[in-house]
Design a protein around this ligand. Structure first.
Ligand SMILES: CSC[C@@H](O)[C@@H](O)C(=O)COP(=O)(O)O
Ligand SMILES: [Zn+2]
Length: 212
């Protein structure tokens, strides 16, 4: 007899469904080129649904979503999780209220990451859309979106993210030449944050072009 699963399969099906529907829309905008990007959703206090490594994120099915524990180890599956699983699980581990992490590779995100890598952050100030970030109630605010150097060494990157999180509340960050991570308490909030960063980075790039 098969041993029972350590998570609720109905909850997994719900999380996988949310990922499939939302990521299809993000992919249609061109934010997940060439199998890039990865996505996850918290199932419960110890388990996370995450995309299988290397899959075409624009055509996800239930077989492309697997379960890992908060250390990133696969649970009841032989699939290989995203190469960047640690960047997801570090957030779920640190913040019990976080329910969703979205990572995309749009052109706007990637170009902005290149332009602002030297500075280490993108300063965002004076935009009405800053109110899209949870906890912000006025446009009269500012935030620095960090830009970390790219590396294939996930523990190194995760340690840099952790160090920043010790200093300030964040809803996302850029990786140089790579893309954006954004998160939230549920899919809707994570997606709102992702879309807000995309829009604000687009504004910064356009302003830079016009001021040249
Ligand atoms: C296809 S290049 C992009 C990858 O190296 C990586 O950055 C990425 O976002 C997707 O990796 P994955 O292992 O499929 O989750
Ligand atoms: Zn990536």
């Amino acid at each position: 007899m098969n041993s029972p699963l350590p998570y609720d399969p109905q909850r997994l099906a719900h999380c996988a469904g949310e990922i499939i529907v939302n990521v299809r829309e993000l992919a249609q905008r061109g934010w997940t080129p060439a199998t890039s990007s990865n996505f996850s959703r918290r199932i419960d206090g110890q388990h996370v649904a995450i995309t299988v490594s290397g899959r075409d994120k624009g055509r996800l099915t239930e077989d492309d979503i697997m379960v890992v524990d908060l250390d990133g180890a696969p649970v009841a599956t032989s699939h290989r999780p995203s190469a960047e699983t640690l960047l997801h699980t570090q957030l779920y581990k640190r913040y019990p209220e976080i329910g969703c992490v979205l990572h995309t590779h749009s052109q706007t995100q990637t170009v902005a990451s290149r332009l602002y890598a030297g500075q280490g952050h993108v300063h965002l100030e004076g935009y009405e859309l800053l109110k899209a970030f949870a906890g912000t109630t006025t446009h009269d605010t500012e935030l620095d979106l960090p830009v970390y150097p790219n590396t294939q060494d996930m523990p190194t990157l995760a340690a840099q993210v952790d160090a920043t999180l010790d200093q300030q509340t964040l809803w996302g960050y850029l990786i140089d030449g790579h893309g954006l991570y954004a998160w939230g308490r549920d899919m809707g909030e994570a997606r709102r944050h992702l879309e807000a960063f995309e829009f604000l980075l687009g504004c910064e790039l356009e302003l830079r072009r016009l001021r040249r």
